[in-house]
Design a protein around this ligand. Structure first.
Ligand SMILES: [Zn+2]
Length: 403
């Protein structure tokens, strides 16, 4: 299993210049190889005797001509141009297997980055060693102990980060969850999450004020003259705010999913048809902000690390409309109705808590019936599903002093 740890870098001015130059070299090599690819492809159409382009041959060709044609490339690590062309090769593979569109040229300032192969860098405590540059300070040490596979150095909103990929065959094996049994989690718009225990996670409050500021800054940017220095400054300011909001969100989701998986062994959640919900314009902003799909993704892999499991309810399971007490099912429940009284047993329900309790009951019954060998048809389990290829864990370091 590959895990990536993304760490903020603290380069000094000279080092930052080098990083910018290395990213520029990677971009140049990528674009050079893409143009070369297209040229060779056209040539091979005209004359079938010519070979079809491939990334290996392009890398060899660049190595052969760079001393003469692009001597400035030698000032940065050789990994930068080489891995960029390997990435182009992968982009074409994805294109040929219809997973992605035709590769496009990289643009300056958009996702500036370069990669290092594992024999090209070293990590020691809070430093990373980059060839032809030396040791660069990191905000924290690498948390995963395993075989280091590669690193990607990237710039986001003016700050540099190193995403270090580590191979850990068994993933992380963390101590099993505290024995608090099964929990139901209702993800919502008003609250980030409500647990069947009655606890509510509100999500970060700072977000709302930041969103107001976001609107103001975008307006300011649109008023600046194109190509002016002030526009560049305004754009960086806006990018920093976007990054800060994204970090806040990510942090709150990680805190939520870590806390849930640390406490409960079995977790029941709804299968939110996120795309369907996004069609509703009033809800879409709040839901996109909270990232339901992300919560579920994190719960799956974090539960697996502790030997726990996630039970996802069937899409049509009426978790909100069912009385968790007597099983009475409402015909309809308006979205804005936060409280309701059950006509069957006269019990007062908080909409979210009731839904969470139903999800817990669903998870309990589905694990019981799974043991009995009979599927209840209500839920499916997401246990020990082969984890998504790469998990990014982003430490507090990525959060700090961005503004
Ligand atoms: Zn009832």
């Amino acid at each position: 299993m590959l895990l990536a740890h993304r760490i903020r870098l603290d380069p000094n001015k000279v080092q930052a210049t080098y990083l910018t130059r290395a990213a520029g070299t990677a971009r140049f090599a990528y674009n050079w190889a893409l143009a070369e690819w297209q040229r060779q492809y056209q040539a091979s159409l005209a004359d079938p005797a010519l070979p079809k382009p491939n990334e290996m041959a392009l890398r060899r060709r660049l190595n052969a001509v760079k001393h003469r044609e692009f001597p400035w490339m030698l000032e940065v690590t050789k990994s930068a141009p080489q891995t960029a062309i390997m990435q182009l090769g992968r982009a074409f593979e994805n294109f040929f297997s219809r997973r992605a569109r035709f590769p496009t040229f990289r643009r300056k300032g958009r996702g500036d980055r370069f990669s290092l192969s594992n024999d090209d860098f070293r990590v020691e405590k809070k430093h990373i060693r980059i060839p032809k540059l030396g040791w660069v300070r990191m905000r924290e040490g690498l948390r995963f102990a395993g075989r280091i596979v590669s690193a990607c150095i990237s710039r986001l909103a003016g700050d540099w980060y190193a995403s270090i990929t580590v191979d850990m065959p068994d993933g992380l094996s963390l101590p099993p969850a505290e024995s608090q049994g099964t929990v139901g989690v209702d993800l919502g718009v008003k609250q980030l999450a409500t647990l069947s225990t009655g606890e509510k996670y509100a999500g970060p409050k700072a977000l709302r004020t930041l969103l107001v500021r976001l609107r103001r800054l975008s307006r300011e940017l649109s008023r600046k003259v194109k190509g002016s220095r002030n526009r560049v400054k305004a754009r960086l300011k806006l990018a920093k705010l976007h990054a800060r909001i994204a970090n806040l969100r990510r942090d709150s989701l990680h805190q939520l999913t870590t806390s849930i998986t640390r406490r409960f062994h079995t977790i029941g959640i709804e299968d939110l048809n996120v795309k369907g919900t996004l069609g509703n314009r009033c809800l879409s902003r709040a839901i996109a902000d909270m990232g339901f799909g992300e919560v579920r993704r994190q719960l799956i892999y974090k539960a697996a690390w502790r030997g726990g499991q996630l039970v996802v309810a069937d899409r049509w399971y009426p978790s909100s409309k069912l009385c968790s007490c007597c099983g009475h099912r409402l015909e309809a429940l308006a979205l804005d109705q936060r409280q309701w009284t059950c006509p069957g047993c006269a019990r007062q329900h908080d909409r979210d808590v009731n839904a969470a309790i139903n999800l817990r009951n669903m998870a309990v019954s589905s694990t019981v019936s799974a043991c009995g060998g009979e599927g209840s048809g209500l839920a499916r389990e997401c246990k020990a599903k082969p984890a998504p290829e790469k998990q990014e864990s982003s430490g507090k370091a990525a959060l700090g002093r961005i503004s």
